[in-house]
Design a protein around this ligand. Structure first.
Ligand SMILES: NC(=O)c1ccc[n+]([C@@H]2O[C@H](COP(=O)([O-])OP(=O)(O)OC[C@H]3O[C@@H](n4cnc5c(N)ncnc54)[C@H](O)[C@@H]3O)[C@@H](O)[C@H]2O)c1
Length: 308
């Protein structure tokens, strides 16, 4: 029976939210390079099949794709530089190659009935020099660093393939995660405020951030996996907030925090991601940063559940 649902990189931040959101977990298979006891115990407890391995290995990929109909492809290196200052070119190569090799393996080993749902990034426009420009799915891309270049190459691999796909170009994803996954700005600021640490605002916090809740990311990925019309790219960003605004929202829940403006340079001022295309499919955003900050800083979470 061709009915398995594979989550690559499923031991990570977004994967964990997808697993939380899906009610019927019996057809799920999670593949991830992690193999520590904590992860193995977690999946044993959830009664979800967990396979540990490196998706760079084509033979391994071929084996795990047996009877799979949907792939939420989340595996990739995510702790990546966000400026070209002091760039480690060796690491850049690893980031790009890991991303492209895994996608190539998945496409080469998949059958024509499979559907791949792939999170790309709004950073495919990161080299935009014009302030407050609006980008649509059809806009010319401007990737610069290896992470964004790798994502863009993966989009092209999917477009050239015979596989059914959806690409979601995500804003910076925030939401509750284990401490070591709280490193992107909307998560990091919330974590710092929770730990009573002041917030630094580079260039007075004027940079615009495109952000989206991990709960809406999971909902959108599951929503698209049920959609019959495939082979589309969608933008997925629910809010555009300046760094200063993000900081001020967090500070509402801890009055002891100081905002420290610095003259440090920022890589770009920020741009807007137009999301009207995904809204035309009927998908709606339900989660906003203020509510996350409030519940995170008051420790009060409630999972959303969806039947597949
Ligand atoms: N979190 C964000 O802000 C954001 C934004 C845009 C796109 N994305 C993309 O969404 C996907 C998931 O992101 P996340 O935030 O859950 O990241 P994450 O780092 O929490 O999870 C990624 C997982 O992939 C696994 N992995 C990495 N290389 C692997 C390999 N070669 N073989 C098997 N497993 C491997 C890691 O062990 C990790 O558990 C990534 O592709 C990321 O680039 C994330």
């Amino acid at each position: 029976m061709n009915n398995k649902i594979l989550i690559t990189g499923g031991a990570g931040f977004i994967g964990s939210e997808i697993i939380n959101t899906i009610i019927n977990k019996k057809n799920l298979i999670v593949v991830d390079i992690k193999k520590n006891k904590k992860i193995l115990d977690k999946f044993k407890k959830l009664k979800i099949k967990y396979v540990s391995g490196n998706l760079n290995d084509q033979k391994f990929v071929k084996k795990i794709l047996n009877n799979v109909k949907i792939i939420y492809h989340l595996a990739g290196i995510t702790k990546v530089p966000n400026t070209d200052i002091n760039l480690d070119l060796k690491k850049e190569k690893i980031i790009y190659n890991n991303s492209v090799k895994i996608m190539t393996n998945l496409v080469n080993c998949s059958s024509k009935n499979m559907k791949i749902i792939f999170p790309s990034t709004h950073l495919v426009f990161e080299n935009c020099k014009k302030n407050k420009k609006v980008f649509y799915e059809k806009s010319k891309t401007l990737p610069k660093l290896a992470y964004a270049r790798g994502k863009f190459e993966c989009e092209k691999i999917l477009q050239r393939s015979n596989v059914n796909y959806f690409v979601l170009r995500l804003g910076s994803v925030y939401g509750y995660a284990e401490k070591n996954r709280m490193f992107n700005l909307p998560n990091l600021f919330a974590l710092r405020v929770k730990n009573n640490q002041d917030l630094k605002l580079f260039s007075d916090g004027i940079q615009i951030k495109s952000i989206v809740s991990v709960k809406d990311v999971a909902r959108a990925m599951i929503f698209l996996s049920k959609n019959k019309f495939t082979n589309e790219i969608y933008h997925l960003t629910s809010e555009h907030l300046t760094v200063k605004k993000i900081a001020k929202i967090c500070c509402k829940f801890n009055k002891n925090i100081k905002l420290i403006s610095t003259k440090d340079k920022i890589p770009y001022l920020g741009y807007f991601i137009n999301c009207s295309k995904i809204l035309r499919t009927g998908f709606r955003f339900r989660h906003y940063y203020r509510n996350f900050a409030k519940s995170y800083l008051n420790q009060n979470f409630s999972p959303t559940k969806i039947k597949l």
